[in-house]
Design a binder for this molecule. Sequence first.
Ligand code: CA2
Length: 149
Amino acid sequence: MKPVYVLNGPNLNLLGLREPAIYGSATLKDVEALCRAHVATLGLAIEFRQSNHEGELVSWIHEAREKASGIAINAGAYTHTSVALHDALKAVDLPSVELHLSNVHKREAFRHTSLLAPAVSGVICGFGSDSYVLALTALHSLISANKKG
Ligand code: CA2
């Protein structure tokens, strides 16, 4: 079985180090450990990555076309700005979930728009680190049912 790619965008390397009131106190390493423990129960493998560079995220989505069974992506601020990530997700034709730690709809108006949402199978936000667990559970269902959602 090909792994699920769990892709993280800009500033998520700072998780747990700043703004714990919004993003919680878990570091990205903690989130990765949580994801690994969860997928072990689902019989999935993951490839967990973070980049502060839009082009690198685009390249990883392209790579996923051949190498992954699905994509879970927290694109950070690029969620709200990136036509390039929208186009890449649309092109890749895999089950995919956009996820966020925070409830972006409770926050500033500029976070209410996602350019990625129309290109993915579904969106999960507002559950802190558990958003990753929920996203992986949803991807597992889509992959098992052989559906894009
Ligand atoms: O809630 C989320 O997961 C976000 O994707 C996080 C992004 C934000 O731009 C999105 O609107 C929602 C921010 C990434 C984390 O940024 C940090 C900044 C300082 C300290 C810790 C994390």
